[in-house]
Design a protein. Structure first.
Length: 213
């Protein structure tokens, strides 16, 4: 019988590794996104007073930040959710992002949408320390997505608008399908899901999941 040498073992390992499709199992860190709101400049002044400017509390990717300011949102059932974090900077239109569980409490039926796509979305009332705003549309459940820089996208072999699946193993293993890729130079690599999705699979911020194309 031929003797197995370290060189033979190395050759076998190289062949096995070469046969693996590693590109399909790259990892991405998760950020669990709680309910929050983006405000227009007009609504900042109505809610917090004339001349008020949002004050940053924590920096986020893409030039965004979690502000010190919070608001209360009120749904169709006149049920309120307090201490909803404002994210800055200001936008052209106010947008409220909630989970499906939040929507049940509020009595609203927000559609599943990408951020920024609020046409025909659910109404909601926003209350601040200085005033209130009723939005005819603007409340959504944000669809799951992955932020990437162009360098990350090239490494993963995807492009802006690509759709992938992301897998979480373990006792509460779950596969997230229809995860959209968003690419911009200011983005860092992170997948965003809401609290309902995270709880369903026992995921917390900072966990790493496997991308499968």
């Amino acid at each position: 019988m031929e003797k197995i040498t370290p060189q033979h073992i190395e050759q076998i390992v190289r062949k096995v590794v070469a046969g693996l499709d590693l590109q399909h199992t790259q990892g991405v860190k998760v950020g669990v996104s709680a309910r929050h709101i983006h405000l227009s400049a007009e609504h900042v002044e109505i809610l917090f007073g004339r001349g008020h400017a949002l004050t940053p509390k924590a920096e986020l990717m893409g030039g965004q930040y979690a502000a010190n300011e919070t608001v209360t949102i009120v749904g169709a059932k006149l049920q309120a959710i307090e201490n909803v974090r404002v994210l800055g900077p200001v936008r052209t239109a106010t947008q409220v992002e909630v989970s499906a569980t939040d929507a049940i409490k509020l009595g609203n039926r927000p559609p599943l949408r990408e951020s920024g796509d609020i046409g025909g979305s659910a109404p909601i009332t926003v209350v601040g320390p200085k005033g209130a705003v009723h939005l005819v549309e603007g409340c959504i459940i944000a669809s799951r997505h992955i932020h990437m820089s162009p360098t990350d996208a090239a490494a993963f072999g995807v492009a802006d608008g690509s759709v992938v699946s992301v897998e979480k193993g373990g006792e509460r293993g779950l596969t997230f399908n229809n995860v959209k890729i968003r690419v911009a130079p200011s983005f860092t690599l992170e997948m965003h899901i809401d609290t309902d999705e995270a709880n369903a699979a026992g995921i917390k911020s900072g966990d790493v999941l496997a991308i499968r194309k």
